[in-house]
Design a binder for this molecule. Structure first.
Ligand SMILES: [Zn+2]
Length: 318
């Protein structure tokens, strides 16, 4: 079986988000609810990638249930709407982005630079909202059907933040991608001295019904952690939390140098490769080997080009 033969059914609906276009911030698809009381500004972001349709389901739920912050502010925002609008359940993979990956543009060099794409244009629109926020939950999903995971960035503050939330079972601590900076690592969120913090949830396979459940559970718990909603609110939508979480530290990102990247097996992620030096794929003709024993493969990614991340390699820390 070749890598691209892994096909997944589209179980989740693409929700209609047109009602949220106007918003109240002068930026399409951005709505801020202000409690009027002092407190943190919490940002929940959906569809940073257009084919990750569980995020809009969660925001739609929060809107329809009239969720309002008890203190501080709550912003609900849809990121790459143009890509999401092109989502087609008969060809669900292609709507990840329009021109480029929206989660690789979050640096001053790009945002203040002269690169004009659908994604840089949208990122410049919502940049002020990201800068206003104190805490961000960015809701994503994954190509393959593996356990949900929380990406907490490289810093100890991110690891602690993911542990404070308590879900999902797996936490992945990593430094991101050579191709560009993610929103969760932007500015103060990537500064160890700043109290600002961000998490990136990978809720499961993009279109699996379970991803919708996991994303809603994590968001409800996240809002409770920040005391945005009452502790007994929406408990019927929560899932049991794991007894303990497992932290995987990413040591290497395999960035594609030559192109035509092929994996040695139909890896889906979380495979633990026992022996150092095992060939896990080929970059052009060049062998890609595991650098140490018990190397965990994180989110192997198909359909990627030169400069993109093919897979990340990690160590289970606990
Ligand atoms: Zn994503």
């Amino acid at each position: 079986m070749s890598d691209d033969d892994i096909k997944y059914p589209v179980e989740l609906p693409k929700v209609d988000i047109s009602a949220y276009k106007e918003g109240n911030r002068g930026i399409p698809y951005v709505t801020t609810f202000d409690s009027g009381a002092p407190g943190d500004h919490i940002l929940i972001m959906a569809v940073t990638h257009g084919n990750e349709i569980c995020g809009p389901i969660v925001l739609d739920f929060l809107f329809k249930n009239n969720v309002r912050p008890k203190t501080g502010k709550l912003t609900l925002a849809f990121s790459n709407v143009a890509a999401f609008e092109s989502f087609d359940k008969d060809n669900p993979t292609v709507s990840r982005f329009v021109d480029e990956d929206m989660n690789r543009v979050w640096s001053p060099e790009v945002l203040d630079g002269d690169r004009v794409t659908t994604e840089t244009t949208r990122a410049r629109q919502i940049r002020s909202i990201v800068e206003e926020a104190d805490y961000i939950l960015d809701i994503h999903s994954m190509q393959t059907a593996i356990e949900p995971l929380m990406i907490c960035g490289p810093l100890e503050k991110g690891r602690q933040y993911a542990r404070q939330l308590g879900v999902p079972e797996f936490i992945v601590s990593d430094a991101g991608h050579a191709a560009g900076t993610r929103m969760r690592d932007y500015g103060p969120f990537g500064d160890p001295e700043s109290p600002k913090n961000a998490l990136l949830l990978e809720a499961g396979q993009h279109w699996a019904a379970s991803s919708g459940d996991v994303a809603l559970d994590a968001t409800i718990k996240y809002l409770k952690m920040h005391n945005v909603i009452d502790q007994d609110a929406f408990s019927e939508h929560e899932l049991p939390a794991p007894k303990e979480q497992k932290l995987i530290s990413v040591t290497d990102a395999v960035t594609i140098k030559n192109g035509g990247f092929k994996f040695a097996e139909a890896y889906i992620g979380f495979e633990c490769i026992e022996k150092a030096g095992t060939v896990i794929g080929w970059d052009g003709g060049e062998e890609v080997k595991t650098p140490y024993d018990n190397c965990v493969l994180i989110m192997p990614s198909r359909r990627q080009g030169v400069g993109d991340t093919a897979v990340r390699l990690g160590k289970l820390l606990d």
